[in-house]
Design a binder for this molecule. Structure first.
Ligand code: ADE
Length: 275
């Protein structure tokens, strides 16, 4: 780390430290693959994701940077309130625009500034585009992703319109806030980054990557509580093992996710038409 001026920190989109003195800027030689800026009213919820498992390792090695921003730091009233009652009536509260605009502009720079086009801005909300593995892959190619975690009944819509956020949902159910969905997104993206997993091919051979679910796996011992590992896996015959795995993967997908097979069939017929 080398000491730099406050304006350099701001230009780089980093949040200046609150205490007075010198600011530091990471000068690691290794290219950082992704930086996440998370805007939330519960920054503490991210502690385990930042420090444990694959994401924790990627953060330690400098492959990933996770910047947590407390939305309440951008409120001006004594109660540090981030929400208000909805116009038109109804239950629940709505995130107000002012703290969110201030937080976003402080962290990412002014709306429309030159740094901005390179930043992918996502709000986690049940109203969004549904997250799936192709979207995870697409996001793993970004170098900077801002995540805004909602609560209560939602956001003032000017946040979406005025700040250019895209809405993403992690599934058709409602959680109490966007923090867990943001963690789901981070985990799914980071494990796709080159160098994050032990084996580079591990993420290519798994569920959803080929449009089907994963085949069943076994390890030692060959027999446990009367249950045997399928003979073919002990055979050493790679062609037969491949065939067996392919069949089991299709069988599983048919049993629990017929929708995936339908999608795959549509894609295949689509490709034939293209040719
Ligand atoms: N916030 C609450 N529920 C959510 C969901 N299913 N996806 C994304 N954000 C959410």
């Amino acid at each position: 780390y080398k000491p730099v001026s406050l304006s350099t920190v701001r230009r780089a989109g980093l949040r200046p430290a609150r205490r007075a003195g010198t600011f530091f800027f990471p000068t690691s030689r290794r290219a950082m693959a992704v930086r996440f800026d998370i805007i939330t009213i519960f920054p503490g919820m991210f502690s385990s994701v930042v420090s444990e498992s694959i994401v924790g390792r990627a953060v330690k090695s400098g492959l990933v940077e996770i910047n947590r921003v407390d939305l309440r730091d951008f409120t001006e009233d004594k109660h540090r309130s981030v929400d208000d009652r909805p116009y038109g009536g109804g239950p629940g509260m709505v995130f107000k625009p002012e703290p969110v605009f201030d937080a976003v502009e402080n962290v990412l720079g002014e709306v429309g500034s030159s740094a901005e086009p390179g930043i992918r801005k996502i709000i986690l909300t049940p109203q969004g585009r549904r997250l799936d593995q192709p979207l995870m892959r697409e996001l793993s190619g970004e170098s900077r992703i801002a995540l805004l975690c909602g609560h209560y009944e939602g956001f003032d819509h000017r946040i979406v319109e005025g700040l250019g956020f895209e809405e993403v949902s992690i599934g058709d159910y409602v959680l109490s806030g966007g923090e867990l969905p943001a963690m789901v997104l981070i985990d799914g993206i980071v494990r796709l980054l080159p160098g994050a997993l032990g084996h580079p091919e591990s993420s290519e051979q798994e569920s959803f990557e080929n449009g089907v679910l994963d085949f069943p796996q076994y390890t030692r011992p060959p027999e446990y509580r009367g249950m045997k590992v399928p003979e073919v896996l002990l055979s050493g015959n790679h062609a037969e093992i491949e065939q067996w795995r392919h069949e089991r993967a299709l069988e599983r997908t048919r049993a629990s996710r017929g929708d995936l097979l339908e999608k795959l069939e549509l894609q295949e017929t689509g490709q034939e038409l293209d040719n």
